[in-house]
Design a protein around this ligand. Structure first.
Ligand SMILES: [Zn+2]
Length: 489
């Protein structure tokens, strides 16, 4: 791999098969957004791409949890033009196109990761950083233009960019990005949840999330074996599922979240979730067979013989530069995989399961035990145990008469919080200090909290709740309020 610097931007290149691919990577992803600005990175990416002339070579862009990439494949002169246009657009975004691109993005409805993995991240981190993954937030049309300009100026700069090429830098290549330092990504702490948890969520299929070391050949290999075993049991033997998927989030240079999901035939979700849990526990208890390790090592050795892999290796190099992740060449990683023992896999999965989050689609009920035989507790949003003392608002009398469950619901206002006691009797409290967004819709307000709860303050649902609206508006930063989006529903 060769290295140079162009216009202050680090450039890494290695010879791959023609035609050449150029990838401009920024150390900015959806984890750098807030609830109030969900989608801002994708909006910036679309605004920049909208300035490209009609071109015939392959080009695209993507936004991930940690990085955003603009890439093109073609003749050297085409790559030079592509990079020039994208850099100039990022330096001077066409903010007047926000409305148009907001509509396009809402229609596109893209997600940063699989919805089950996204929900696992939300239950790990709450409604900030990585935990924003499953949320829509205020909507693309509610992101202020000033916030778009500020986000671009902070993250889409020379200091936060790396260019990678599958061939030598073409003649005349320029990267006219704005100046700016490499931003610091504050390490994100998980919500304080002790031990494994399960919860029923609006997810398409069951999934399991675990926390552990960012760099661990044993863990990487163990997750591959887990995926193989789940495919064998859930799909081939029982015919309950078609697909097993996995994803990782590199939270900081030493910590990763790993998520695995198994889709399930309708009505069999709970059974599949139990298979997922039991298969992971089995692997944690006994480790893989040597055969299974050998199979994964052989598969990796074959994969890296593909000359197109140079692009993936360059991506890892760019991430290492921008995010401080450690970089291994494919050969180095192969050597690490070969050295993995069954005991190491068992140990790392076992540690991971101490932090396990398991989700199952709505309506599912899981009865699981951990390795000490203790019952796995219910997780989900941060439900409070008791209703706080405060001003209580009840549903209108008529609603209570016709709807039995409405008899249980109430809204409670205290000096520093609002609480919903829902129809099921669950208690969702949001302190004013923990509010991440407030949707305004006529006389109602929907309050979104840091720990995943939301509280509707709606005078139609709770008689006299206008008083709670007044208290909320006095206590919460006005910048967190936004009118309901015009784009969806
Ligand atoms: Zn809640």
């Amino acid at each position: 791999m060769e290295q140079t610097v162009i216009d202050g931007v680090p450039v890494f290149w290695a010879q791959g098969p023609a035609p050449m691919t150029a990838t401009l990577t920024f150390g900015c992803g959806t984890r750098d957004e807030t609830f109030r600005t969900i989608g801002i990175t994708h909006l910036i990416e679309h605004l920049a791409m909208s300035t490209l002339p009609r071109v015939h070579h392959e080009h695209n862009a993507s936004v991930g949890l940690e990085i955003t990439q603009f890439f093109a494949t073609g003749k050297p002169a085409q790559l030079v033009e592509f990079l020039d246009v994208v850099c100039r657009a990022l330096a001077d975004l066409p903010l007047d196109r926000i409305d148009k691109e907001a509509g396009v993005l809402a229609a596109e409805g893209g997600q940063v990761t699989h919805p089950t993995a996204a929900t696992l991240l939300a239950r790990r981190f709450g409604t900030s950083g990585y935990g924003l993954a499953p949320w829509i937030g205020p909507g693309y049309d509610r992101i202020p233009a000033s916030a778009v300009a500020a986000h671009a100026a902070r993250f889409f700069t020379k200091g936060n960019a790396v260019l990678t090429l599958t061939g030598p830098p073409p003649e005349g290549l320029r990267l006219p990005l704005p100046d700016g330092p490499r931003p610091f990504h504050e390490p994100q702490a998980p919500l304080p949840v002790a031990g494994p948890r399960w919860s029923a969520e609006s997810v398409p299929c069951p999934g399991l999330g675990m926390r552990g070391p960012a760099v661990s050949a044993a863990w990487s290999l163990g997750m591959q074996v887990l995926q193989e075993r789940l495919t064998t049991v859930a799909r081939r033997e029982k015919g309950l599922s078609y697909d097993v998927g996995a994803e990782r989030a590199d939270v900081d240079p030493v910590t990763a979240e790993r998520m695995i999901w198994v889709d399930a035939r309708e009505g069999r979700e709970t059974e599949v979730a139990e298979i997922l849990w039991d298969t992971a526990r089995q692997l944690a208890a006994f480790g893989p067979d040597q055969d299974e390790i050998d199979h994964e090592v052989t598969a990796f050795a074959e994969a890296i013989e593909d000359p197109r892999l140079v692009d993936a290796e360059l991506d890892l190099r760019a991430r290492a530069e921008l995010l401080g992740e450690s970089f291994h060449t494919s050969q180095e990683w192969l050597a690490e995989l070969k050295a993995v023992t069954p005991e190491q896999v068992a140990a790392v999965i076992s540690e991971g399961l101490r932090t396990a989050l398991l989700v199952v689609p709505e309506g599912g009920v899981l009865e699981l035990s951990d390795r000490d035989g203790k019952r796995v507790a219910v997780g989900g949003c941060a439900r409070a145990g008791a209703v706080p003392d405060g001003r209580v608002f009840r549903p209108p009398l008529f609603a209570r008469m016709v709807n039995g469950s409405a008899r249980r619901a109430s809204l409670v206002l205290t000096a520093d919080s609002v609480t919903l006691r829902d129809d099921d009797g669950d208690v969702h409290m949001v302190r004013f200090a923990d509010v991440v967004g407030v949707e305004v819709h006529d006389g109602a307000r929907t309050v979104f909290g840091r720990y995943g709860c939301l509280v509707p303050i709606d005078p139609d649902l709770f008689r006299g709740a206008g008083e709670a609206v007044v208290a909320l508006e006095a206590a919460v930063d006005p910048a967190l309020f936004y009118p309901r989006t015009d784009l969806i529903g």
